[in-house]
Write a protein that binds this ligand. Sequence first.
Ligand code: DGL
Length: 255
Amino acid sequence: MDKEVKSIGIFDSGLGGLTVAKEIIKQLPKESITYIGDTARVPYGSKSPETVVRFTTECVKFLETKNIKMGVIACNTASASGLDIIQSNFKFPVIGVVNPGALAAVKATKSKKVGVIGTEGTIKSKAYEKAIKSLDNEIEVYSKACPLFVPLVEEGWIDTTVTRMVIEEYLSDLIKNNIDTLVLGCTHYPIIKNTIKSVIGNDIKLVDSAEETALTVKDIVFQMGMLNTNENKPQNNFYVTDAPEKFVEVGEKFL
Ligand code: DGL
């Protein structure tokens, strides 16, 4: 008899987590995905850690009702605000994107000087800094909150004059520290990756946590013996807490 088919639950504050969903779908094409974006309460980046943890837990509880085998907190702000508290509410594994992103940065840097950009909440939490230093204490981490990047991406201003000016304004001081690696510590930033690259040059490696997170998901699902062996086509379901039409319209940019 077929084993019960459970999906991989993915949470984000909105639609940015689709960058992580895309990578998981790419690396685990037989798995089904259940995604929830908290579009009613986005952005999380400017909210307190307590509120972010409460909202995130509520959304993962919703995913729990959809028969998931593990949860992925694709939102960097939520991953950085109290992943351990969120995890303690669930019996299935729940992972965030900070540790995989930190690992990718440690693998990438040669000069041991790493930049991290993210929302105000992510940068304030120092979660990336702690995670990178716990892997290699010699690495120097330079951080900068870039709150204007999220609305620019949602507006579809991927490579406009304004976007380039904002990138320059935020990143010019950061790159003066001779970093050779920059962590894109926010779901939205991979969308403007090429614009960032063209402003700061090709010498700085850009790291986004999506790929490393998908590898971690793969490992966990494999270790749990829960890889989907059913030959039926996977079913991907997407839920939002408000404005589904906007999710469909902007979501296309992310997938
Ligand atoms: N998903 C958030 C993150 O990765 C960005 C959007 C928000 O502020 O909620 O940090």
